[in-house]
Design a protein around this ligand. Structure first.
Ligand code: MG
Length: 201
């Protein structure tokens, strides 16, 4: 499986990163070794001094597809979860300065914790989601504020990359990204449901 992540899909996050609002979706990828599941602990890596959380709604592809039309994209996913796109912001800044790819800052082991998945029919059309650190809310979003909808993302991505069963799409973070430190306890919510817990060790 592969993990495809969307960058700058919420205008207020693009603004806090001093980035322009994209005209087409921007994506990058994480390998399967980035996946962290079952509320396992995350070990703070030695190579960064500025590890950030980005809380994102994640969709799981349930059907193989290529050149998917936007109007049919809803048939290619049935389950939704929440994940954290862990980002070594100091390394990412260097990548941006030199025009290098982002993988060193984004694709490292365990950089993609993901919750259990729930059937999308159990969720409202516009999904509220949030992150608490040490019991204090630090991030809050609603999918209605996405620049590109999930259907648009699936259609766009499938022009370039065949989507396969089990692939995950991280749909972008709202504003409020920030640093984590060893000892933090992260809890991610969809609506009021606590979906994902991560202890930073
Ligand atoms: Mg992200």
């Amino acid at each position: 499986m592969k993990i495809i992540c969307i960058a700058k899909n919420y205008a207020k996050h693009a603004k806090e990163m001093s980035s322009a609002i994209p005209k087409e979706p921007i994506f990058f990828m994480k390998p399967d070794t980035a996946l962290l599941q079952k509320n396992r602990d995350f070990y703070y890596p030695d190579f960064t001094q500025e590890l950030h959380y980005e809380t994102e709604i994640v969709v799981r592809i349930n059907k193989v597809g290529k050149h998917i039309q936007e109007k049919f994209a809803h048939k290619y996913y049935s389950e939704i979860g929440i994940g954290i796109d862990f980002t070594a912001r100091d390394l990412q800044r260097k990548c941006k300065e030199t025009g290098s790819p982002w993988e060193i800052a984004k694709a490292f082991d365990n950089s993609a914790p993901v919750s259990k998945f729930i059937d999308k029919t159990e969720l409202p059309e516009n999904i509220d989601f949030s992150l608490k650190i040490n019991n204090k809310q630090v991030q809050k979003g609603n999918t209605e504020n996405m620049i590109f909808s999930v259907d648009k993302l699936i259609s766009y991505l499938s022009e370039f990359i065949t989507l396969k069963i089990g692939d995950l799409i991280f749909t972008g973070t709202p504003e409020g990204v920030g640093q984590i430190k060893i000892g933090d306890k992260l809890e991610a919510f969809i609506g009021n449901e606590n979906m994902l817990k991560i202890n930073i060790k």
